[in-house]
Design a protein around this ligand. Structure first.
Ligand SMILES: Cc1cc2nc3c(=O)[nH]c(=O)nc-3n(C[C@H](O)[C@H](O)[C@H](O)COP(=O)(O)O)c2cc1C
Length: 143
């Protein structure tokens, strides 16, 4: 198997949980994306939707470095129909042909799916989290 890193961005810990499950099952390194913005509470929620809809740039920090990996699983949330700005900032640094993208949402799907190794939608209203994770893990173990 290629050397794989699992990177995640989260506001309310769903993507953290998903990324931890994937990294544990594959025994690979977990890297967290953070930003300096307070997204908490109602004001934070509204700001998150506004930043996403207006495609605002956000500066990010990473908990580990990206050197030496062949490919990445990148996990994060959908905000107002698009990827969260900090997730976009991360994806801007990675070639899509090295990325398996896992998107958490209530029910929407990310529209721009082209060029990635694969795209996986975890939607709370279908309860498909563990099935999607298992499918991804099995495809990587078989690779
Ligand atoms: C500002 C904001 C906008 C959202 N917009 C959508 C949306 O358009 N469609 C959807 O299905 N879920 C939407 N969600 C729900 C999140 O995608 C979902 O709760 C996700 O699991 C959160 O992941 P996290 O816990 O890793 O932050 C939105 C959440 C936030 C905070």
């Amino acid at each position: 198997m290629n050397k794989l890193g699992v990177i995640y961005y989260t506001r309310s810990d769903n993507s953290k949980r998903v990324a931890e499950k994937i990294a544990t099952k594959l025994s690979c390194e977990l890297i967290q994306i953070t930003d300096e913005i307070n997204w908490k509470g109602l004001i934070g929620y509204l700001k998150a939707g506004f930043y996403s809809m207006t495609k605002r740039h956000v500066d990010i920090q990473l908990s580990g470095d990206l050197d030496g990996f062949d490919e990445f699983v990148v996990v994060g949330p959908l905000w107002a129909g698009g990827l969260a700005p900090s997730l976009i900032a991360m994806l801007d640094r990675l070639p899509r042909e090295k990325v398996r993208l896992v998107v958490n949402s209530i029910g929407s799907h990310v529209e721009d799916r082209s060029g990635y190794l694969s795209v996986h939608d975890i939607t709370r209203n279908t309860g498909n989290e563990d099935a999607v994770i298992e499918g991804l893990v099995q495809s990587l173990l078989g690779a």
